[in-house]
Design a protein around this ligand. Structure first.
Ligand code: ADP
Ligand code: MG
Length: 140
């Protein structure tokens, strides 16, 4: 289903709502250009899951781990700066993707497309005119 937002808060709110649909073991793949709102959306998801600390994208560390008040582990992965297969191996992403207990949210998921589990959920964000964002997901 495709939805449109006009402010970053609306995108965040959509993320908050989406958090309700997620369960342990879920992998959510995010697609979209720089500035399309992937991190903003994920900030909402983490807020919805009860994470209170400030969420910034793991652009340089590539992976950040959070634990919710209900002791749910959540990985936020940002592969923007991922350069080689060697990097993927050293990241431990293989293990994370197979973790049945964690929720994993991946920006620039196309870089590891062939590693994604079959049941992956996909969310694609596109820039519209001005602040409009068009968000297409199979999650809602
Ligand atoms: P990405 O992670 O895809 O590179 P970010 O979430 O980091 O994108 O950045 C999105 C930028 O666009 C932010 O500066 C945000 O304030 C701005 N923005 C403007 N309108 C929207 C909107 N409707 N949804 C999300 N972000 C928006
Ligand atoms: Mg980002």
């Amino acid at each position: 289903m495709e939805l449109r937002t006009n402010t970053s808060q609306q995108t965040k709110d959509l993320g908050i709502k989406t958090a309700e649909k997620l369960k342990p073991g879920d992998v959510v793949a995010f697609y979209g250009d720089l500035g399309s709102g992937k991190t903003t959306f994920i900030q909402g998801v983490l807020e919805g899951l009860g994470i209170e600390q400030r969420v910034t994208s793991p652009t340089f560390v590539l992976i950040k781990m959070y634990v919710t008040p209900k002791r749910q582990t959540v990985f936020h992965v940002d592969l923007y700066r991922l350069e080689s297969n060697q990097d993927i191996k050293s990241l431990g992403l293989v293990d994370i993707l197979q973790d049945d207990n964690a929720i994993t949210l991946i920006e620039w998921a196309e870089k590891v497309e062939d590693m994604l589990p079959q049941q992956v959920k996909r969310i694609e964000l596109k820039k519209g005119v001005g602040d409009e964002r068009i968000i297409d997901a199979d999650v809602w």
